[in-house]
Design a protein around this ligand. Sequence first.
Ligand SMILES: [Zn+2]
Length: 119
Amino acid sequence: MEDYKKTPPPPYSVDANSPPPPGFYIPPDQDVPPQVYVGEIRVAPVRFGPESQRCVCPHCRQGIQTQIKAEPTGRTHLYALALLCLFWPCMCLPYFMDSCQNQNHYCPNCGAYLGVYEN
Ligand SMILES: [Zn+2]
């Protein structure tokens, strides 16, 4: 029962220059490099700014220039409400000012939502 402890296992290192063992075949060097699957592409999270910017879309994995859409937030509605109380003709102003809205970044290729810049 204790025999496996006395004899060490054979070494795993293989001399690259030694001929292959019988029954094995080493293909000759070719010009085409071997295709190696390295797994899923990981995309680092991108911090989005107020302007359109270049990045890699995590959905379609293309290098893209983001598309921006300004979308009102709760803060935008709050400003509108405040302007309604102060001077009502200006109440729509926050909806036309980018600085009062979030800048949502989208992929122009697949249309996926990528992130937001909050003012
Ligand atoms: Zn995309």
